[in-house]
Design a protein. Structure first.
Length: 66
C-alpha cells in the first residue's frame, strides 16, 4: 500500500512515528510538510513555503486578522 500524509508541520513527531510503523508493515509511506519543524524532527518532503504562520511574529500578524 502507498500512503501519503500531508501536514502543515510535523509539530510533535507523530508523522515520523506513523511513517516508521507503516514501513515496518511493508507499506510505502511518504510525508509532505509545508514548513520545517522548529523541533528538528526528521522531514521527508518539506516544501519550505513562505509565511509560516506558526512562527511567533507571523502568528501575531495572523491573530490581528482572525
Amino acid at each position: 500500500m502507498k500512503i501519503l500524509y500531508i501536514s502543515p508541520e510535523n509539530t510533535v513527531g507523530t508523522l515520523t512515528l506513523w511513517k516508521k510503523e507503516h514501513e515496518s508493515r511493508g507499506n510505502e509511506c511518504r510525508t509532505v510538510t509545508f514548513f520545517a519543524s522548529p523541533k528538528n524532527f526528521k522531514e521527508d518532503i518539506c516544501l519550505e513555503l513562505p509565511f509560516n504562520f506558526t512562527m511567533p511574529g507571523l502568528a501575531k500578524l495572523r491573530n490581528i486578522f482572525y
